[in-house]
Every structure is written in C-alpha cells, then in structure tokens.
Design a protein around this ligand. Structure first.
Ligand SMILES: [Zn+2]
Length: 323
C-alpha cells in the first residue's frame, strides 16, 4: 500500500469516530478541542489518554504510546501493521453492508412461520425484545439478490462472509442477531452447526453501552439467555457470546460495574460453572465483585425461563449468588 492510499484510508476514518465505535468515551475537553479519557490500551483509572481530533492523533501519558488510527488499531487489536490495515478497511466497508443485511433479515422474521415457532419455543414472546435486539431470520435465499440489487458487488458479499464462495447465502434457516460489527446466526435445525458468525471478532460485550453505567450487571453466555432475562424486566444484562471472554470484554467488565452476576450455563458436566468460577477469580483480582448465580442443575437462563421460571424466582437466584 503506497503513501497516498494510506493517507486516504486515514482520511476515511477519523480517529475519534473509530475510538467511539470501540466505545471510548471522552472524559473532559482540553484547549484546542482535544479530549482526555481513560486509555483503552491499558488498565487506566484516571484519564491519561489524549486525543486530538483535528490531527487524528492520540497519546497516552500512562503507557506512553501514541500515533494515528492505524497505530491505534495495531495496539488495540494486538495485530501487525498489515492486519490493522485490513481491519480498518473492513470497518469502513462492512458497516453499511451489515446494516442492509440486518434490515432484510428483520423483514423476513414475521413472514416465516418456522422462525416465529422457534422463537416461541425459546421463550421469546414480546415484540419489545425482538425490536430491541433487532432479531431477524435468514431463510437461506434472497439476501444475495437483495444486496446485489442495492449495488453491492458479489466480491464484497463473499469477502464479508454473507455469501459463500459458490454464491449462496451463508446463513440458512438461522435466527439472526446483529452485533456491533458481526452477525450471529442460530440454526433452527438440529442437523446444522448451532452457532455461526461472520469472519472476524465477535466484538465486545453485547449492547455494553446500555449497561456500562449500572452498578450491577448480569452476564450471560448466549443471546437467547439475554433475550429472556431482558424480557423478564432485567435491563442490566449483557452477553459474552460464549463462556470465554475476549480481552476487550474482560476489560469492559473491569472498567464498568462494581458487581457482576455470572449467570452461566449450569451444565451437567460442570464446564459452565468452572468457567464462571475461574472468571470470578480473575475479576476479583481486578477489584470487581463477581458472584455466580446458582441456576438449577442442567439449566441456563433461557431454559430456566422457558420451563416456567419467572422474574421473582430469578431475582431470588440473584440474591442467592455467592462469590
Ligand atoms: Zn495507556
């Protein structure tokens, strides 16, 4: 990539926009329109990260690192320079494309009986939660044609992972949930692999910006867990999409709430509980109070609610949660 192309890429992505998309929040303004905030690159307790939006440059007085948006992407995602360029280019192109795909899938949801039946089986009834999570349905045909009509070339659709190399829709008979820069699809068939993501990171904690100010946060493993807990009225819930937290998700928990309720699957083989306990220890070491929610054996939050659990009983489990 030559100098000119690099400058063009940097112009397309103002550093401040990119930081905000990674949920960086300025804490205070300085002279010359510069901002100070917590450093996303190290565990920072007082704002030491300086951003100059006009020059699109940053500098951290805590860890001593600084540079432009490409340097930031390298450090933040812990990737090489060429990989950082790839991530940034993807970030530029993927956002509008994903938005179009999500809208298409949302329109399909209520037109397909099998999708409505599946949601019902998983305890998702309220239109509010469907709207809130922008739940959709990929029947497995039609997306490619729709996006092509909108002017997206096939090569872009394949690169994003929405269409297979052979030219078919990648998501077939899946309930879809948009993530910040990815798309989760849950198969409604037992014969297909249950979980599917687009290539790339699953991102940070689900809808983190909506709960980061809460003093207590409930963390669940899956989006169907999230849906039923939210639907029952617990709005301080978030989801890690699996029982392993990536570095960014862990950092979010450390910088956010005081108490984290870990409502992980209570599998009969104990893997959910041991994941919760090791995470609880790691969080405690960072000064976050973590409690493991004692779900009945063999249950996750989704099956708990589907099989008759209600908000009151879930509240009692939260109260019974221990470090
Ligand atoms: Zn720093």
């Amino acid at each position: 990539m030559n100098r000119k192309a690099l400058d063009e890429l940097k112009q397309q992505i103002p550093l401040l926009d990119y930081l905000k998309a990674q949920e960086w929040k300025p804490a205070r303004v300085l002279s010359g329109g510069r901002w100070m905030g917590l450093c996303p690159l190290h565990t920072d307790h007082k704002p030491s990260f300086l951003v100059d939006p006009h020059k699109s440059l940053f500098y951290c007085y805590g860890c001593g690192r600084g540079g432009d948006v490409i340097r930031f992407a390298e450090l933040y995602h812990q990737v090489t320079f060429p990989q950082a360029l790839g991530l940034l280019r993807e970030w530029c192109g993927l956002t509008p494309l994903l938005h179009a795909a999500v809208e298409f899938y949302q329109l399909q949801l209520h037109r397909r009986n099998e999708a409505v039946i599946y949601l019902d089986q998983r305890g998702i009834h309220s239109p509010e939660v469907i709207e809130h999570m922008r739940i959709g349905y990929a029947a497995g045909g039609g997306l490619r044609g729709w996006l092509t009509q909108l002017g997206y070339p096939s090569s872009v659709l394949r690169a994003a992972g929405l269409v297979t190399e052979a030219g078919y829709d990648s998501y077939i008979r899946r309930i879809t949930f948009p993530l910040e820069s990815n798309l989760y699809g849950r198969s409604i068939r037992s014969t297909a692999p249950p979980h599917r993501f687009l290539p790339g990171s699953k991102g940070g904690l689900y809808l983190w910006e909506q709960v980061r100010g809460s003093s207590e946060v409930i963390l669940v493993e899956g989006l169907f867990d999230y849906a039923v807990v939210w639907q029952a009225g617990f709005r301080n819930v978030t989801c890690s999409l699996g029982n392993h937290l990536n570095a960014r998700q862990f950092q979010q928990l450390c910088d956010g709430p005081c108490t984290v309720y870990l409502a992980f699957d209570s599998d009969t083989n104990g893997s959910g509980q041991s994941a919760a306990q090791s995470m609880s220890r790691r969080l405690c070491a960072q000064g976050v109070s973590a409690r493991c929610v004692p779900l009945p054996d063999g249950h996750d939050p989704n099956s708990f609610f589907v099989q008759g659990g209600d908000a009151q009983r879930f509240q009692r489990l939260l109260e019974a949660a221990r470090p």
